[in-house]
Design a protein. Structure first.
Lengths: 207, 177
């Protein structure tokens, strides 16, 4: 068999196992001497295997149209929302931020067990998102967040305003950071190689 | 073929609202699949999806290109799922365990996601035919497929081969190899 006879149809039949044994043997023998056709066959076989695997696990990817639409609307709304609106949404929070020399108020954690609050900060050099959530069992406040764009040596200095103690949290290479604090008044200082220091100088995490 | 994820990603970078809706529709199934594999309940998966796409809206500029997006979504979804799981496990001892062999599982999910996206990029009759042949329940019924797509039974084999070759090309392109 000449390599030019190795059509996509023939190779597909070989990959699907629908060729008779003698034809399959001749196709394989020809493939052994035609690297280009062999590469084409491998790509076809991989696509067929991918479809077969997807068929077996299609349910894992199922998401209703309603859920997708809700998600699109939620994210769309958030994308359009100016920072001032996000601030207003959490009027019960108490926080003060020194923000690239501009002093303003931002939302912190709303009180009560299970309360959570997202805080978005944006400066000329970076965007910072903080999520504060009270653990219903330990009563500690779990703070997770991210700095975008991530730098290579970003860190968050967490200072307890009552005890006057502080610790430094290293931000990972993707810009993510996480730490726990007890309810109280804290200051957070975001600093790094490419980040103009951003300071929340009074974040009240009490109810 | 319909617009590729690469082109749509570029539109998202420019702030195109319709492109964002397409991006979410295209990739939300991957986020849900990853969150489910981490043992989250469906309502928790909703929370994770919202967090992830909100984060994406803020950080899309830091993602290298459209090819890097699925890996970013998987990593971010796993991280957010772990955070929620940790909180859940403190209050609910019966919370389901995440899938074992996590790395292999995530690779498999990304691979299947690429096939799903490849099919969408392929679009049209080819997508319809491959879906009927390879993804429908039960053995493929060639007579039924012939009627549904209005093509002769004898054309199904050659058309299938052409469509698979196109899909293979798209998948190769998506993998960057």
């Amino acid at each position: 068999m000449d390599p030019q006879h190795l059509t996509d149809e023939l190779l597909t039949d070989l990959a699907l196992g629908t060729l008779d044994s003698s034809t399959a043997e001749r196709v394989r023998a020809t493939l052994a001497h035609s690297p280009d056709a062999l590469a084409r066959f491998e790509r076809l076989r991989s696509a067929i295997q991918g479809l077969s695997e997807l068929r077996a696990h299609a349910g894992e990817f199922e998401v209703s149209r309603d859920r997708i639409t809700r998600l699109q609307n939620l994210v769309g709304t958030e994308r359009k929302q100016p920072l001032s609106s996000l601030m207003q949404r959490a009027a019960d929070a108490v926080a003060t931020v020194v923000f690239d020399s501009l002093r303003t108020h931002v939302p912190g954690l709303r009180g009560g067990t299970g309360a959570a609050r997202l805080v978005h900060l944006e400066s000329e050099s970076c965007r910072i998102t903080i999520r504060c959530e009270r653990d219903s069992v330990s009563e500690m406040i779990c703070v997770t967040g991210e700095i975008s764009p991530p730098g290579s040596h970003d860190e968050v200095v967490v200072r307890d305003c009552t005890e006057q103690t502080e610790r430094t949290i290293v931000v990972d290479e993707t810009g993510f950071f996480e730490f726990e604090v007890a309810p109280g008044t804290w200051s957070l200082r975001f600093q790094g190689k490419h980040v103009t220091p951003v300071v929340i100088d009074q974040l009240d995490l009490e109810s | 073929m319909v617009e590729s994820d690469r082109d749509n990603f570029t539109r998202c970078l420019a702030g195109d609202e319709a492109a964002w809706r397409r991006l979410i529709a295209a990739h939300a199934p991957l986020v849900y699949a990853v969150a489910r594999k981490q043992g989250l309940r469906e309502d928790q998966c909703d929370d994770v999806a919202q967090s992830i796409f909100s984060a994406l809206a803020r950080r899309i500029g830091s993602i290298r290109d459209a090819q890097a997006l699925p890996a970013w979504l998987i990593t971010s979804t796993k991280r957010e799922s772990w955070r929620i799981r940790r909180a859940t496990m403190q209050t609910d001892a019966s919370a389901p365990e995440p899938a074992a062999d996590d790395h292999r599982t995530m690779e498999r999910l990304e691979s299947m996601h690429q096939v799903r996206r490849g099919l969408d990029e392929l679009g049209g009759r080819c997508k319809e035919l491959l879906t009927l042949l390879f993804l429908a329940d039960g053995a493929p019924d060639y007579q039924q497929i012939s009627r549904t797509l209005d093509i002769p039974v004898g054309s199904i084999g050659p058309t299938r081969a052409r469509c698979l070759a196109k899909l293979a090309e798209i998948l190769t392109d998506r993998s960057g190899s």
